[in-house]
Design a binder for this molecule. Structure first.
Ligand code: ADP
Ligand code: MG
Ligand code: ZN
Length: 482
């Protein structure tokens, strides 16, 4: 998007739920969707006297992400109490990190229209999530709220970027790239509907060429890609219009109303919280030594961006393909598994991106659970390549093979779909078609060569699409030009 003489300036704060079995400071399960308040204990309910014990896995995941985002991993970091009152926060404070976070000074590269842009990461810190308020309205319209503490003390990483993003598209690209990395690392499921990946955006605008940043507004709780771009775009437009009218942007927290497509003020600066941060006295500073960092480094998988580069270089695939194939770790390994058995990258890529992904998306199935295994897909592609069936039939039977999990070779045999590559058989049909189409034959011979399509169509109809297309073309031309 273009904003004329102005430009947007955005820094994002992303909250990612971690895929640990248990919560950050107690042994309760982190499983989503359980009976309300069934995953609770004195610690995550904030009962007096209960003490937090840090989950080692959370630190490991923070180091993992820190390394993937090229951050420095601080040998010492400190938990702090962020004080505020809300019914979903039973202790009256959230345990977070403030002045001394676990990771700092990293970066993440995003690619837009083939161009790479580096977005700096300010910090990554560990913290606990709050519980959840459930609002109910009874029939007599009186309303009340209930609190579910299952989410209370679920581990989060907060990833804070520098204000390096300039357009809503860049912000979206940043979020998608970051989400892919979290999922690749298998430390977050990336589920936005369940709130496992949420974003607050700080937005300001300035005249192009200006050094100084403008005053920023904070947009809270952007939790769907569909709305993020729209809300940022709206907010940038709003601020520019305000400034052009001679007004000034005020520092405040705003929310996005998806129905009306507008942002509105939730609270101003004067109502802003003073969190009175101070070091958490119940937890020791976290120390991470070099050995631990190196241990974690060894577990890092190849990351999406590296994989994309490798797929382009080694397999000669276009960026469009690799962005789809490599953005999902499972899909990438599916692709490479097929390739081992059927080493024609573009053919495999095409089939996966169209036929396979359609089925997987329809059923919300992940590639590793695909009823058509990589071996089966390679089998199908081989049948097409060696001429046993036509490409068209290959695509047609795919949904059925997907549904039944049948072997493509058996299926084709059973249904009599073998491609007709027998010259005599095809010639017979061509002769019949030519005999009953004197007008088209005359037109073709008079120069209307486009009519070849008509003849191909006729023969294909007779053979139910099974005639070998290359052979059919060759024979047709020979007969028509004779
Ligand atoms: P706070 O603690 O008040 O949230 P931070 O300094 O931690 O403030 O910044 C939070 C986020 O705001 C960061 O992502 C940062 O990049 C972003 N940010 C800071 N200044 C601006 C600005 N003028 N315009 C847009 N984003 C900004
Ligand atoms: Mg903030
Ligand atoms: Zn608990």
């Amino acid at each position: 998007m273009d904003y004329g003489d102005y430009e947007g300036v955005m820094g994002l704060e992303v909250h990612a739920h971690l895929l640990t079995e248990s919560k950050i400071f107690c042994g309760c399960s982190t499983k989503f969707g359980a009976e309300p308040n069934s995953h609770t204990c004195p610690t995550c309910m904030g009962l007096p006297g209960a003490l937090p014990v840090l989950n080692r896995k959370v630190v490991e995941f923070a180091i993992k992400l820190g390394l993937a985002l090229h951050c420095s991993i601080n040998p010492r970091s400190v938990f702090a109490r962020k004080n505020y009152y809300y019914p979903d926060l039973p202790k009256g404070y959230q345990i977070s990190q403030y002045e001394e976070p676990i990771c700092g000074n990293g970066w993440l590269d995003i690619v837009m229209d083939g161009k790479t842009k580096r977005i700096r990461i300010l910090r990554i810190h560990m913290e606990e999530d709050a519980g959840k308020l459930v609002h109910e309205r009874t029939i007599d319209t009186s309303s009340y709220s209930m609190v579910d503490y299952n989410r209370s003390s679920t581990p989060l990483l907060e990833i804070v970027s520098e204000p390096d993003l300039r357009t809503p598209e860049e912000a979206t690209a940043y979020l998608k790239t970051l989400r892919d990395i979290l999922m690749y690392l298998e430390i977050c499921d990336g589920n936005m509907e369940e709130g496992s990946f949420r974003c607050d955006a700080n937005v300001s605008v300035r005249k192009k060429g200006d050094e100084a940043f403008g005053t920023r507004a904070e947009l809270k709780n952007l939790n769907s890609f569909r709305y993020i771009e729209r809300s940022l775009d709206y907010e940038i437009d709003r601020q520019i219009a305000l400034i052009k009218k001679g007004g000034s942007v005020v520092q405040e927290t705003r929310l996005f109303n998806a129905e009306q497509g507008v942002t509105y003020s939730m609270r101003g600066k004067e109502e802003a919280h003073d969190y009175r941060y101070f070091p958490e006295p119940d937890l020791l500073p976290v120390t991470v030594d070099e050995t631990w960092v190196e241990e974690v480094r060894k577990t890092l998988p190849e990351l999406p961006m590296e994989k994309m580069e490798r797929f382009m270089k080694d397999y000669g695939l276009p960026r469009y393909d690799v962005e789809i194939l490599a953005s999902d770790r499972e899909l990438a390994s599916y692709f490479e598994a097929v390739l081992k058995l059927f080493p024609e990258a573009k053919t495999v890529s095409n089939f996966i991106m169209t036929e396979l992904l359609r089925e997987l998306k329809d059923g919300n199935v992940s590639p590793k659970d695909s009823p058509v295994t990589p071996a089966r897909l390679a089998e199908l592609l081989t049948l097409i390549k060696d001429g046993t069936i036509s490409n068209k039939i290959g695509k047609e039977i795919f949904p059925e093979i997907y549904r039944t999990g049948a072997s493509p070779r058996d299926y084709v045999k059973q249904k009599g779909l073998l491609q007709i590559s027998d010259e005599g058989a095809i010639e017979g049909i061509i002769d019949a078609v030519i005999a009953r189409s004197p007008k088209e034959v005359a037109d073709f011979r008079a120069g209307k060569e486009k009519l070849i399509g008509f003849f191909v169509g006729q023969v294909m109809r007779e053979t139910k699409g099974k005639a070998n297309p290359a052979l059919l073309n060759e024979l047709l031309l020979k007969k028509l030009k004779a």
